[in-house]
Design a protein around this ligand. Structure first.
Ligand code: FES
Length: 152
């Protein structure tokens, strides 16, 4: 009698554990299956980085900003603040800002970019890489995508 009682409890425990394990497995299978069929938004690790103050640049002025090993330019244009990579899209030389012309200049092969980053002349095949900017009161931020090796 006592032996049968013990055996009954053991079977009950084993069946309970197996049933629980089976339920967890089914739940995980359904969860992963749904996320495969309906993928959510790609969660990018983004954060904003302070790059300047609104009152430090007048329209037509720019300043260099360094983030890690990345050289950037913060420019105040008629359309607002913009942040560009300081790397020429031709062969990767570092560009310079020309206040008197309101444009960027690449000395390597005489490439010119407008204050909006568009190619004006020279060999660069495309506009400068631009980053999302946010102005909050007197502060100017740029957004960086850390999942993409640094910059968004
Ligand atoms: S690297 Fe800038 S124009 Fe060639």
């Amino acid at each position: 009698m006592e032996k049968e009682k013990k055996q009954g409890r053991r079977e009950f425990m084993i069946n309970g554990l197996m049933g629980g394990g089976l339920l967890v497995s089914i739940g995980l299978f359904i969860s992963h299956g749904l996320s495969f069929i309906f993928p959510g938004k790609d969660e990018k690790k983004q954060r904003k980085l302070l790059v300047g103050k609104v009152d430090e640049l007048k329209e037509g002025e720019a300043k260099e900003v360094t983030y890690g090993e990345n050289d950037l330019f913060l420019v105040r244009t008629a359309d607002g603040f913009k942040v560009f990579s300081a790397i020429c899209t031709h062969l990767g030389c570092k560009i310079k800002w020309q206040d008197y012309r309101n444009q960027f200049y690449c000395a390597c092969h005489k490439g010119f970019f407008s204050a909006n980053g568009d190619v004006i002349s020279g060999p660069p095949p495309r506009a400068l890489d631009q980053f999302k900017v946010e102005v909050d009161k007197n502060l100017v931020y740029m957004w960086i995508d850390e999942s993409n090796k640094g910059l968004a």
